[in-house]
Design a protein around this ligand. Sequence first.
Ligand SMILES: *Cc1c(COP(=O)(O)O)cnc(C)c1O
Length: 217
Amino acid sequence: MTLQSITEKIAKAETAANRPAGSVSLIAVSKVQPNARVQAVLEEGHRIFGENKVQEAAGKWPDFRVQYDNIELHLIGPLQTNKARQAMELADSIHTLDRPKLANTLARLAQEIGRCPDLFIQVNTGEEAQKAGVMPAEADSFIAECAALDLPVRGLMCIPPVDEEASLHFALLAKIAARNGLDGLSMGMSSDFEKAIALGATHVRVGSAIFGERTPA
Ligand SMILES: *Cc1c(COP(=O)(O)O)cnc(C)c1O
């Protein structure tokens, strides 16, 4: 598939869900992709990208930012506290705020740096042991804790279990966001972004459907 076919599908899904055109941001997930492929998507005019590793993002996006204006970079992978400062300096948005220690570190660094990227709290909707994110039952209190730290939390993010119906997880995430007064929903990937849009996604994270399969690093 191509960027254009994905943007067309997003537009159709917005219409089908009675949502305004342009209400969904497409985050083109460029992790592990060769720079030439990323550049091709930049040349097509796309400006919103996602990376899951701070190191990898640091290796390519400062250069792309010199070449192209208005890039919006989203970090969507697990974040270690010792990489938090670098992440905050690189990214416009961090989707993986998932624990009190990281919240405290981001709050302290935001004071020091004088700015903070938009944040999404990751919720482990499938309660999977190997996956990051706060448990659904702890989400409300963690959201309140982040608000008390004055962190700019824009919404919630989830990665549904591979072997379960994604819609159930998207609906759960939407419900938790709504009862906490959060508008942002980062959910939906190559295989299920249309379902996510039907359930209110504001940010879909699409990699392989735009760039092709990732060749293992
Ligand atoms: C890699 C990744 C994606 C994109 O996955 P695709 O299936 O290639 O669309 C989305 N979200 C996260 C958190 C990822 O790590």
